[in-house]
Design a protein around this ligand. Structure first.
Ligand SMILES: [Fe+2]
Length: 342
């Protein structure tokens, strides 16, 4: 088995491949690492056939769909998942066949109802069902501490104690442990009695993960994250530095249009000399009146540099082939002590 572990903050993801047939699967991929999975697969001579989420993640953005689009791999999840865009729904006892490698599905609801573990040769990918020295939480949508108890004590912990445990999270830089080690030392598993385990899980009082709303929305629908929208827009447009723009404004460059896409009140409080106001919300509908000459060099400006990137990308798509975005925004412009008009 060819095996790569990729950590992103506390999130752990895995590329597993069959050396004989060059087929591979990625488990719990994260959006910021897409190029890395593809690069590792290429380096190891692997072709990604399956992208698998062990459950619907509430704390990071799943890259299964992104990888599938770039590789024609199939998205795999447990059959009970609420996520759309799943190509292959699997059930307890099914096997995902990756060349000569077999990934055995173990349905382990509890952390979420669609949680599953995957056994491959000498190891088990435990998702958030079993972590090193911990377990997944059960207080997020579809979580159930009674089910987690049954999945752990009735199923996962009955596997060979020598099996290596590769979880979907570890925040302390550990790569893996074993089933036996977890039974021996995991404090959550010390509560071997069902009611005591449930009571402990229901009283952990954990804070909500950051991005939970956005992670659930995008992971369930296949929709895009804000970061993805911005990255896609940024890839479509060139940028201009603040210093460069200031020089050109002060030189009175003729075919330059500084387009301030903030709201009227923000614009009135202070803008770049000669900037034209066209709020982002009205851009598409008023662009014909406001920007009659598509050959002008249009520089979009906003407060923080994000909305202006989206606006410049929209303008490019509409045929303003010289639209660029300011690298920075009015906040940075003021902080740099550059001149503003009000
Ligand atoms: Fe999770």
């Amino acid at each position: 088995m060819i095996f790569e572990q990729v950590s992103t903050g506390g999130c752990q993801s895995y590329l597993v491949g069959c050396g004989e047939t060059c087929a591979a699967a990625v488990i719990d991929p994260e959006t910021s690492q897409v190029d890395r999975y593809l690069a590792l697969a290429a380096r190891d001579g692997l072709r990604i056939r399956y992208v698998i989420d062990t459950h619907t993640h509430a704390d990071h953005f799943s890259a299964t769909r992104l990888i599938a689009e770039r590789t024609d791999a199939r998205v795999v999840m447990h059959r009970s998942t609420g996520a759309r865009d799943v190509d292959m729904r699997v059930d307890d006892g099914d096997m995902v066949v990756v060349g000569k490698l077999r990934l055995q599905v173990l349905a382990t609801p509890g952390h979420t109802k669609d949680s599953m573990c995957l056994v491959a040769e000498d190891r088990v990918f435990t998702g958030d069902t079993l972590l090193i020295g911990g377990t997944g939480r059960t207080d997020l949508p579809t979580g159930d501490s009674g089910q987690l108890y049954d999945s752990l004590f009735g199923k996962l912990l009955k596997l060979d104690p020598k099996l290596l445990v590769y979880p979907a999270h570890d925040y302390k830089g550990r790569t893996h442990s074993t089933i036996g080690d977890e039974i021996a030392s995991n404090p959550r598993l010390a509560k071997t009695e069902r009611a005591a385990f449930i009571d402990m899980m229901n009283n952990l009082n954990l804070g909500m993960p950051t991005h939970i709303t956005e992670a659930l929305r995008t992971n369930l629908s296949g929709g895009k994250t804000v970061a993805q929208m911005l990255a896609e827009a940024a890839a479509l447009v060139p940028f201009i530095s603040m210093g460069q723009l200031r020089t050109r404004v002060e030189a009175g460059e003729k075919d330059l249009v500084v387009l301030d896409v903030r709201e009227r009140e923000q614009y009135a409080e202070g803008h770049i000399a000669g900037a034209q106001l066209l709020p982002r919300g009205q851009l598409e509908l008023r662009v014909n009146q406001e920007l009659p000459d598509p050959t002008k060099r249009i520089v979009t400006v906003c407060e923080l540099g994000r909305i202006s990137t989206l606006a410049a990308a929209t303008l490019r798509q509409m045929g303003f082939q010289r639209a660029v975005a300011l690298d920075g925004g009015m906040k940075a412009w003021r902080e740099a002590g550059f001149p503003v008009e009000s």
